[in-house]
Design a protein around this ligand. Structure first.
Ligand code: G3I
Length: 374
């Protein structure tokens, strides 16, 4: 598949859009009754979406999310800053709201995320300055409290999030040393904080699917290739040391400013699977370029083309759990995060449903990818 540069894609956009939406195939027409989860399920794929509990107050959004997703993931409510903002004081209400709604609608919930360098309360970052033993104690206590609470409800957790340093050439390069991101956990406990986290999670719940989650490993750039190399090296080392790890999550916060080809991603997924681990897609959304076309149809076609190219590659490589980081442009970090949001008030159109909750060409593209291209 040749590289599709934005300019060539814009020229191709109208034709592509017509193909996608002029006369949806009978399979897509049938899919209209199903949400994305119904379409995905026909090929043994679980499709879900991340959400904020507070957005469940929006009845139309809730109805759309219910129709489309079979799996839920808390954007904020399971993170340290949300669930244990003060030491030993658990704030489980918002997460339980997602769990309860999911249970009422027959949806599973993925946990996100136990050990990360962001959204850490000050009591944790201060405590970690106490060194390795302090780190072990803080990590173990958090796992006792959180996994103790979620054990009856959540079978699947992002245990360690974003442990790899961003290489030179990436948006946010980190200076070394080595391949690991310099986080409070690395400073306190050394590189084996990652293995310790997985061991502690397994000790607390023998049947959890334990995932290492990472971004910036999807696209056809030198930085992504180097980050894939770094992550694969870490995963192979963890597996070699018999670490209780079950899966790798590819976040897939894709950027149209970066080129994409299926082959590097396919090779990477295959190499990860070769270590015996499952590979999930955990946070797909698509960031447009700031000089995106004015024409909405052209923009949507570019997003849909990247969504199909990525999702079809992942699905054909055997990915069976596939989440988007939200379901609608109405609620997305893409449009409220400085440096990510488009200037001049335009909003990214990087999720399957529009702000009006209508299905966009990205929805069709994912449905087509889940349906094997039909
Ligand atoms: O909702 C609370 C509010 O009650 C509280 O008063 C306020 C105090 O700061 O925080 C509010 O929570 C915010 C939360 O988003 C929900 O809106 C946090 O401040 C804010 O930091 C948090 O940002 C999230 C960010 O992760 C950090 O946790 C973004 O929404 C979320 O999209 C982003 O998601 C990450 C994934 O976890 C990992 N992969 C990358 C992805 C994008 O950065």
């Amino acid at each position: 598949m040749t590289l599709v540069t934005p300019r060539r894609a814009v020229l191709a956009a109208p034709a592509l859009l017509m193909a996608l939406t002029k006369s949806p195939s009978t399979a897509l027409a049938r899919a209209a009754e199903d949400g994305l989860a119904g379409v995905a399920k026909k090929r043994g794929i679980t499709y879900g979406a991340a959400l904020l509990a507070e957005n469940l107050a929006d009845e139309n959004y809730k109805r759309a999310l219910d129709r489309e997703a079979a799996l839920l993931m808390p954007i904020w409510e399971g993170k340290w800053g949300a669930i244990e903002p003060q030491e030993a004081v658990l704030n489980t209400g918002p997460l339980k709201q997602i769990i309860d709604w999911g249970a009422a609608e027959g949806k599973a919930v993925r946990g996100h995320t136990l050990i990360w360098h962001e959204s850490l309360p000050e009591w944790v970052t201060k405590g970690l300055k106490g060194g390795r033993n302090a780190g072990i104690s803080i990590m173990a206590s958090h796992m006792d409290r959180v996994l103790g609470f979620t054990k009856p409800f959540i079978r699947d957790w992002d245990v360690v999030n974003e442990p790899i340093a961003d290489p030179p050439g990436s948006d946010t390069p980190q200076s070394g040393p080595g391949d690991l991101r310099r986080t409070p956990w690395l400073e306190a406990m050394g590189p084996d904080y990652i293995q310790q986290a997985f061991i502690m999670a397994r000790q607390r719940d023998a049947t959890l699917r334990l995932t290492l989650n990472e971004y910036g490993i999807e696209e056809d750039t030198p930085a992504a290739e180097e980050k894939r190399r770094r992550l694969l090296s870490l995963v192979r080392e963890l597996v070699m040391k018999s670490t209780p790890i079950d899966a790798v999550g590819i976040q897939a916060h894709l950027q149209l400013s970066n080129p994409f080809r299926p082959e590097p991603l396919q090779r990477f997924i295959s190499a990860l699977q070769g270590t015996g681990l499952q590979v999930l897609v955990t946070e797909l959304d698509i960031r447009e370029t700031w000089n995106a076309p004015q024409d909405i149809a052209a923009r949507d076609a570019l997003v849909a083309e990247r969504a199909y190219a990525f999702a079809s590659t992942a699905v054909e490589a055997g990915v069976k759990t596939f989440l988007t980081w939200g379901i609608s442009d109405r609620y997305t970090w893409l449009n409220d995060t400085p440096g990510v949001a488009m200037p001049s008030g335009r909003k990214h159109r990087g999720l399957p449903l529009g702000e009006d909750l209508s299905r966009k060409p990205m929805w069709q593209a994912l449905a087509r990818a889940f349906s094997g291209g039909s």
